[in-house]
Write a protein that binds this ligand. Structure first.
Ligand code: AMP
Length: 420
């Protein structure tokens, strides 16, 4: 390759990342607007944390045995020699922010939402990207299983508002520090007995955290894990009571759900409730959203003993199943003709925008026919025509592109006509 050819090679987006182009962005904005509206109905407020965090935040929060921490973090050393990670998930950042700002000392409920990019160095495939986007909510200090049911109902409301159909709610309880150790011991014995059938990754998991074997997608591991005992049969009285309350809350809201004892989710911190909303139409990466409880996390970070629960929804997957067709907003195309009409045209466009009318001027000395052609191609609802003759008379012409009707009007009337 010659130097010139090398230099002119197109630079593409990083593997596993995507541009969200203007033609798609309306759907993203619709999801974000619906998210804000729904979450605020339930008393949640937005908390925006940085995209970069100290690496140890995720090592400690997300957990040393999760695939996210072991294999998927985007970690680098900054110029000051600090280990920094592009956040792979949001929960640890919220916990850090609550502790750093002592938000638990304020009277406001600890209910937060956030929307933004997350980063995981995973193998890109349909529904799995290296930069993806989550809509995330977190609640702290609510032990009662009623909140577990309420957040699933809130997620369901958002999905219905976005036109998502054909989803299923899967629920489980992964126990707590009282009941899980005995279950893990049994699981470790069972995993050891079938070690030969497990992939290398799961052989390691069998020793570090055998729960993680349930996350493995390798057929042999799935078959081996199918014979493992179910955690729901090993819950302590408190966890099984909490799980029963959670399910009865879902019944109250009329939300059909299925207990899936293998739903442990890929993160170490979960206690008691875990859940996912899945859409089989998505194929292998079927979870639209997932979440659960993390009652020990705040305490483990040295903070107060405040339990937590939350979920994260993947926006890319959500859009793949949402029935969103955002409407195109009507706008006016302002066509000025001739140099003397340019400044009055600019001024009129400013008035239209000040009155809340979207107005586009393209500063390219073109004739009326060409400009009408552009306006029609772009889907303008109106064309406002201002020529030298109109300037002299203090008028302009407004053409409705829907009816073809055109009339002369003063600048004040143009605004009135267009606003209807
Ligand atoms: P998690 O944070 O792993 O519990 O994931 C929550 C949700 O984020 C999932 O249900 C997906 O919708 C979405 N998600 C997780 N990882 C990815 C990824 N690599 N690419 C796209 N979406 C993802």
């Amino acid at each position: 390759m010659t130097k010139d050819k090398r230099d002119s090679k197109e630079i593409a987006a990083v593997k596993g990342t995507k541009d969200i182009l203007p033609e798609e962005v309306g759907q993203w904005q619709a999801v974000e607007a619906a998210g804000r509206r729904v979450f605020e109905l339930y008393g949640y407020r937005e908390l925006r944390a940085p995209i970069i965090e100290p690496t140890e935040l995720f090592e400690k929060g997300t957990g040393q045995t999760s695939d996210i921490v072991i294999k998927e973090m985007y970690t680098f050393t900054d110029k000051g020699g600090r280990s920094i990670t592009l956040r792979p998930e949001y929960t640890p950042s919220v916990v850090r922010a609550i502790l750093e700002h002592r938000l638990y000392l304020q009277p406001d409920p600890l209910r937060f939402y956030y929307m933004g990019p997350m980063f995981r160095y995973d193998k890109p495939q349909k529904g799995r990207y290296r930069q993806f986007h989550q809509v995330d909510i977190e609640v702290f200090g609510e032990k009662d299983a009623a909140i577990d049911a309420e957040i699933v109902e809130m997620a369901d409301r958002l999905l219905r508002e976005l036109g998502v159909a054909g989803t299923e709610i899967l629920v489980n309880s992964v126990g707590c520090r009282a009941c899980r150790p005995a279950y893990l011991k049994e699981l470790r014995n069972r995993a050891a007995a079938v070690k030969d059938r497990l992939c290398d990754d799961c052989k390691r998991k069998a020793e570090t955290n055998p729960l993680r074997i349930f996350d493995c997608k390798v057929e042999g591991c799935k078959e081996a894990a199918a014979g493992f005992p179910a955690i729901t049969d090993h819950l302590c009285a408190e966890c099984s009571g909490h799980f029963a309350e959670f399910k009865s809350g879902l019944d109250l809201y009329g939300l059909a759900h299925e207990v899936e004892p293998r739903l442990v989710r890929g993160i170490d911190y979960y206690t008691k409730t875990t859940f996912e909303v899945v859409a089989s139409s998505l194929g292998a990466q079927s979870a639209v959203l997932g979440g659960g409880r993390y009652d020990d996390m705040m305490k483990d970070f040295g903070g107060p003993d405040l339990c937590g629960i939350g979920f994260a929804m993947g926006v890319e997957r959500l859009l793949a199943v949402a029935g969103l067709k955002p409407e195109k907003k009507p706008f006016a195309y302002l066509a000025y003709m001739g140099g003397a009409a340019k400044k009055p045209g600019m001024e009129l466009a400013r008035r239209l925008r000040a009155a809340g009318v979207e107005c586009l001027i393209e500063y390219k000395d073109k004739g009326l026919k060409a400009q009408l052609g552009r306006a029609s191609k772009l889907g303008a609802a109106w064309v406002v025509i201002i020529g030298e003759e109109e300037v002299r008379k203090g008028l302009c012409a407004v053409k409705s592109m829907a009816t073809g009707e055109q009339r002369d009007a003063s600048p004040d009337d143009v605004v009135k006509i267009i606003r209807g």
